[in-house]
Structure formats: structure tokens, C-alpha cells
Design a protein around this ligand. Structure first.
Ligand SMILES: [Fe+2]
Ligand SMILES: [Fe+2]
Length: 337
């Protein structure tokens, strides 16, 4: 490891530091940001700080035991999968961060890594309260469909993480767009369908969903669009991006259909989960500046549930009102382009 990585007085001007390629001086300067969205997302992430102990889980065991057998299975298989996503993302972000050049973007990724660890901690707190922590965290050993979803996500993550070119880094960022924007979504919706029956789980998911959808997804959408804008990206790479989101939709629906067929519960149908995942995938494509390709439906019941809980928990408006002075110099927009 060269000392230059830490301190490089001959490095490029801080405003010239791109996400891919280049040579940073080694300073994290929040007052000089090449991209406004990075420091805005950092501030919003901080404003959203929460701790698992804030969620009341005292009655979780009693509430869990009152669920029907199928509802219990949905609960366990959902948390078993979501907890994998956060564990994997912590590791993946650490690897992706190493590929990045811009120091402020790297600083925001450091905070995101901390938040993913907080999500892992929250699953442990919740499942401990529900009395099934060991069983749920070990389910991948016994449930082939769960194991397969985890495996497919891990493989998509690993494919381009060595980096080496702007195109590989763009593909690598896409894996995070898929994780933050697709692999969590049916899981969130299922817990909201159980809703008042398991308020501890519902409230924990409300906090986690706010982090994933209000800050982590916008962060990676911006990283994606920035790499795309600042580098020459071939059409075949964009084709590969479409291939990755099609695969993500398939991964999400495969597990969704498995749960539906084996553990049917009120309010969930195959048609509903398909429309939901297609709508989300189109939205994610629009967020990264690409054309939607999936059949679009009007907002589904599951999307409305996710949105409703997001709105209930949104601190953004209050946060920006009470911190106006912080934003005198920069836009509050999370999106520069
Ligand atoms: Fe997370
Ligand atoms: Fe995340």
C-alpha cells in the first residue's frame, strides 16, 4: 500500500475528483463537493439516525405466536432473506468503496456501511424478542428457495466487483440499485401486510425501509448516473445493465412465487406481486436515467402500503425546514442531473 493513497499533495483539485479514475489528495472536504447530492444525502442519512432499541418489541413473541402457521412462515422466511441482504451489502459496499476515487462519495458510503450494520443489529434485536433468532438466521440451511435467492444475489454482486474500468464499476453500482430498490421490496410489503398483528416487526421495517428507499437508493442512483455521465459507456454495457435488472426481477419474483404457493396468506396473489415488482423495476430504471421496459400498471396495493409507511416516517421535510442554514449554499435536491 502506497502512502500516496492517504496523502497526496500533488493530487487533483478536490472539485475534479470523479467517482471513477483519478488521483485524490486525500482530504474529505464537505464544503467543496464536486456533486451536491453526496453531502445532501449524507446529511439526510444522519438526520434519519435511529436505534433498534427505539422500537417496542416487548410483545413480539406473544404477537408472533398468534399468527397463523402460514403467516409465521412468511415472517420467518422474510426476515431470513432481508437479513442476508443487509449482511451482504455491508461487505459489498466495503469492496465498492475501495474502487471509488471521490473522497466525499467514499465518506457517504462509510456512513451507509454503518447503517447496514445497524439493520443487521435490528434483525437480531427483533428476532431475539420473537424468540426465533437462531432458527431464522439458520433457515438458509434448510430452505432451498431462500438459499437460491441469496446465492443469486451474491453471484450478481460478485460479478463486476474487481472493477478495472468505468463500465465494470457502473455494472457494480447496478448491483446495489437492484439490492436497495428491488430485493427488499416484497419482504417489506409482506411485513406491512401482517401489519398490526406484529407491530414490532412493522415498526422495525419502517425504519429500515426509510434508509433503503430514501437515502441508499438515491445514493446509488446518483453514483450510477454520475459514472454514466462522466465516462464513455458502450451500448453493450447498457444492454448488460438491462440484463441485470431483468435478472433482479426474476430473482425477486421467484422467491415471491415460492412463498405464495407454499404459504398463502390473505391479500397476496401472483398477479399482484408481478405488477408490484415490474412497477418497481420501471421506477428504478427511470431513477438511473434509463427507459423503463416492463409492463407498467397503476400503483398496486403493496406499493401503496410501502409508500404509506414511508410517508409516516419521513423526516425529510421537517429536517430541511429546521436546518435551512446548512443549505444556504447548496440545493436540497438529492439529484444533480
Ligand atoms: Fe440495509
Ligand atoms: Fe441499504
Amino acid at each position: 500500500m502506497r502512502a500516496k493513497k492517504y496523502y497526496n499533495p500533488k493530487g487533483e483539485n478536490i472539485l475534479d475528483e470523479k467517482i471513477f479514475g483519478g488521483s485524490p489528495t486525500g482530504f474529505v472536504d464537505f464544503n467543496r463537493s464536486r456533486y451536491r447530492w453526496d453531502s445532501n444525502i449524507y446529511d439526510l442519512m444522519n438526520a434519519n439516525t435511529w436505534f433498534p432499541s427505539e422500537v417496542n418489541t416487548v410483545n413480539e413473541k406473544k404477537n408472533f405466536e398468534l399468527l397463523t402457521e402460514n403467516e409465521q412462515a412468511i415472517y420467518k422466511l422474510t426476515f431470513a432473506q432481508l437479513s442476508f441482504n443487509d449482511s451482504a451489502q455491508e461487505e459489498y459496499l466495503s469492496d465498492f468503496r475501495r474502487l471509488a476515487n471521490n473522497r466525499l462519495v467514499k465518506a457517504v458510503l462509510s456512513l451507509q456501511i454503518m447503517q447496514e450494520v445497524n439493520h443487521s443489529k435490528s434483525y437480531a434485536v427483533l428476532l431475539d424478542a420473537a424468540g426465533n433468532s437462531g432458527e431464522v438466521f439458520d433457515l438458509y440451511k434448510y430452505d432451498a428457495a431462500l438459499n437460491r435467492k441469496n446465492q443469486r444475489i451474491a453471484e450478481q454482486f460478485a460479478r463486476y466487483i474487481e472493477g478495472g474500468s468505468a463500465e465494470k464499476m457502473l455494472l457494480s453500482a447496478m448491483a446495489s440499485v437492484n439490492l436497495e430498490g428491488i430485493y427488499f421490496l416484497l419482504g417489506f410489503a409482506y411485513i406491512y401486510v401482517l401489519g398490526d398483528k406484529v407491530p414490532g416487526a412493522r415498526d422495525m421495517i419502517k425504519f429500515i425501509a426509510r434508509d433503503e428507499l430514501n437515502t441508499h437508493l438515491p445514493l446509488f442512483a446518483n453514483i450510477f448516473k454520475t459514472i454514466h455521465k462522466e465516462n464513455k459507456i458502450s451500448t453493450s454495457t447498457i444492454d448488460d445493465i438491462y440484463g441485470m435488472i431483468k435478472e433482479a426481477v426474476d430473482i425477486e419474483l421467484e422467491y415471491g412465487r415460492y412463498l405464495l404457493e407454499n404459504y398463502p396468506i390473505m391479500g397476496l396473489t401472483e398477479d399482484l406481486i408481478e405488477k408490484t415488482v415490474y412497477n418497481y423495476a420501471n421506477d428504478r430504471l427511470e431513477k438511473i436515467g434509463l427507459e423503463p421496459i416492463f409492463e407498467q400498471s397503476s400503483q398496486t396495493y403493496l406499493q401503496k402500503l410501502v409508500q404509506k409507511h414511508l410517508n409516516m416516517n419521513d423526516v425529510r421535510s421537517n429536517f430541511f425546514e429546521s436546518n435551512v442554514s446548512n443549505y444556504a449554499k447548496s440545493s436540497i435536491d438529492l439529484d444533480d442531473f
